[in-house]
Write a new protein. Structure first.
Length: 69
């Protein structure tokens, strides 16, 4: 996924989350459907981030998710 696609995905997710949270007229069923779309939209991005972290761990045996200092 290139940078432009990542940006588009994040913008879509932000818009969708705003629609879900700010629209008081949505029924619970509609919110559930929208949240499913939201999850579906972000799933490829999540997988890519997890894969990048796994690759970083394999390449660097001293890798920690936080700064040691």
């Amino acid at each position: 996924m290139d940078e432009l696609e990542k940006i588009k995905t994040i913008e879509r997710a932000e818009l969708l989350s705003r629609v879900i949270t700010e629209n008081l007229n949505l029924r619970e069923r509609d919110k559930d459907i929208a949240l499913f779309w939201f999850r579906d939209l972000l799933e490829p991005l999540k997988q890519q981030i997890l894969n990048e972290q796994a690759n970083n761990q394999k390449g660097n045996t001293n890798w920690l998710p936080f700064d040691e200092t």
